[in-house]
Design a protein around this ligand. Structure first.
Ligand code: AMP
Length: 387
């Protein structure tokens, strides 16, 4: 049993993006203070924190000073170097532990862990050279996807191999760095399970969420996913096994491919709240961010009950191409909630915010969130009673 860290205490977040922002909002709502650490200033998390520390992750003295000033350290970004987590752990508990980060921030280590744990993952081969890649392509066949071991997200550091002649250019395009080659999975759909685990072993999950991607970036999430009950039960069971085997204290998301026969393959793990769980902010009794706070502070976990079916649509920087989106038009959709992350530069592909719609059923929630997003890009909003 760990000593609970109670409201009034200060929690530290490594990383400063939107996940940290929503965590900080949840923490401050419950009376905690929040410090954030990243190499940038005026960040999504920093804007809503009590203190924003700006220093590189490899400035270990700055990391130690940061950890001394807080009662627990968590993170919103899994690419924090292992040494950073270790330096923080000299002065405050780091939850989830640095070992969880170490495994999940690197595709080779993550896939090796899953295979050794007997959990189903996309067939893969480790690639450290052109020869490895040629062998891997002949083993797995085409199409396949080459993914860098480090720093991959939202389809970055990936190259598709449609025929063996693509192999060498693909290896070149990712910079000839350690990688995995994955068989391309002709999935029926993609789903995720966001789950949380407390230090005493209490486990909760948010059920199964359906995810639709565009250009390898999450576009839409829908809860609950419309999958067979046996598929949902299996996904939740696998998520529990992942959190227990990794001894996670905190939140972790398991992303899956659902194959046409209903069998599941793990695509990847994220040891933190996940974009597919953003809808829990408005649609669940306890959001994934509050759940992270509860888990890392040693509080009992909250209910994950879904209040109403929900759909989330991401707002990427592309929306700004023709000027400022029409916020009033989106807000005219009464069951849709607008979230913006305070990012100053709307670059294409950059996650700037999201919309969540709540409705009586998932089809209506999806329709509503898509209409609201279309309205954002529309040609202007007119009050309902305007001539
Ligand atoms: P990732 O960054 O690895 O999660 O990949 C982003 C998205 O690309 C996934 O959510 C899928 O839509 C697609 N993708 C990645 N790997 C595969 C695969 N092995 N087979 C089919 N689609 C994939």
């Amino acid at each position: 049993m760990i000593q609970p860290i109670l409201p009034g205490a200060t929690v530290g977040v490594l990383g400063s993006g939107q996940l940290g922002r929503m965590f900080a909002i949840a923490a401050r709502r419950m009376g905690y203070r929040v410090h954030t650490f990243s190499p940038e200033a005026d960040t999504p998390t920093g804007q809503v924190s009590d203190l924003e520390v700006m220093a590189p992750y490899d400035d270990l003295d700055a990391v130690r000073a940061f950890a001394k000033a807080v009662e627990v350290v968590t993170f919103e970004f899994e690419n924090v170097p292992t040494e950073t987590a270790a330096a923080a752990a000299e002065f405050a508990p780091v939850r989830p532990a640095g070992a969880v980060l170490h495994t999940t921030q690197h595709r080779i280590r993550e896939k090796t862990f899953l295979t050794q744990a007997g959990l189903p993952t996309t067939p893969f081969r480790i690639v450290n050279s052109s020869d490895d890649l040629a062998r891997a392509v002949s083993d797995l066949g085409c199409p396949a996807i080459l993914k860098t071991a480090d720093f991959g997200y939202d389809g970055k550091g990936q190259a598709r191999i449609s025929s063996p002649t693509d192999a060498e250019p693909a290896w070149e395009s990712i910079g000839r760095v350690p990688a995995v080659l994955e068989a391309f999975i002709p999935f029926a759909c993609e789903v995720s399970v966001v789950a949380a685990r407390a230090a005493d072993g209490q486990f909760v999950d948010y059920g199964v969420i359906e995810n639709r991607h565009r250009n390898s970036i999450l576009d839409i999430s829908i809860a609950p996913a419309q999958v067979a009950p046996a598929v949902a039960a299996q996904a939740r069971e696998i998520a529990r096994a992942v959190l227990e085997t990794l001894d996670v204290i905190g939140v972790l998301c398991v992303e899956f491919f659902v194959q046409p026969d209903g069998s599941l393959l793990i695509n990847e793990l994220a040891p933190r709240p996940h974009n597919s769980g953003h809808l829990t902010f408005d649609a669940s009794v306890t959001s994934q961010f509050e759940q992270q706070l509860r888990a890392v502070c040693g509080l009992p976990l909250g209910s994950t009950d879904l209040l109403r079916p929900a759909a989330m649509a991401n707002l990427l920087g592309d929306l700004w191409t023709t000027g400022e989106p029409d916020w009033r038009a989106a807000c005219a959709h009464r069951d849709v909630k607008l979230h913006l992350y305070g990012k100053l530069a709307p670059r294409p592909g950059r996650k700037m915010g999201h919309l969540t719609a709540l409705a009586a059923d998932t089809a209506s929630a999806l329709e509503s969130v898509l209409l609201a997003r279309a309205a954002l890009a529309g040609s202007g909003w007119h009050p309902p009673d305007s001539p």
